[in-house]
Design a protein around this ligand. Structure first.
Ligand code: NAG
Length: 199
């Protein structure tokens, strides 16, 4: 009798885990209190994302106020086989990685990609939105429309962000103008997505 109960419980746990472990087949997005942006569309394909591999990114938002020094906070929850693994803020080689506040996105990105983010090599997609790869970014109010921008996902296992290499993720991205008198947050989005390791 006890044996049957035990196998029932085990079956229920396995069922629970496999139901929870469902991969996302599209990006889930939810606004979480944007004050200065009207976010109209966010998407990334394919879903699941393959790491490393090509992807395509769409972001359409009406930016209602200028934003100069961009502060970004990330809160990342990774779920693997139904087990929740909250990601902390780590410091790797002097850089913040994970669920951290990045007080100045522009300088952070320049530190990561010093060759690419120069005025000479500035990607056209950034030039098109009035960003010339100098800091601060100084983004003007505009209808920001990035449609199916190709991006190459690098092999996350080779980077400090190796936790991003596979799993289901719930991530809250909060963007604020670092000037404390600006309304907060400028924009906030909650996304959920799946990353699989390319074999
Ligand atoms: C993760 O996001 C999905 C899709 O929006 C949602 O159904 C789920 O409840 C979220 N999980 C957590 C722990 O927030």
């Amino acid at each position: 009798m006890g044996k049957h109960v035990a196998s029932l419980i085990i079956a229920a746990i396995i069922l629970g885990i496999t139901t929870y472990a469902q991969d996302y087949n599209k990006l889930h997005f939810q606004d979480c209190g944007s004050k200065s942006a009207d976010i109209r569309k966010v998407d990334i394909t394919p879903m699941p994302l393959y790491n490393p591999g090509p992807a395509s990114f769409t972001f359409i938002a009406d930016l209602k106020r200028p934003i100069t020094v961009v502060e970004v906070s990330l809160d990342i929850l990774r779920t693997v086989n139904g087990i929740r693994l909250p990601i902390k803020c780590y410091v790797v080689n002097g850089q913040n990685v994970g669920s951290c506040t990045y007080p100045d996105l522009c300088n952070f990105l320049k530190g990561l990609l010093p060759e690419l983010l120069t005025p000479e090599n500035c990607p056209q997609a950034l030039v098109d939105i009035g960003v010339d790869c100098t800091c601060p970014m100084d983004i003007k109010p505009q209808l920001l429309s990035i449609i199916e921008q190709p991006i190459d996902l690098p092999d996350a296992t080779q980077t400090a962000a190796s936790f991003l290499a596979s799993g289901n993720f719930n991530m809250t991205v909060t963007v604020s103008e670092s000037n404390p008198s600006a309304p907060r947050p400028y924009g906030c989005g909650k996304v959920a997505f799946t990353v699989k390791q390319k074999k």
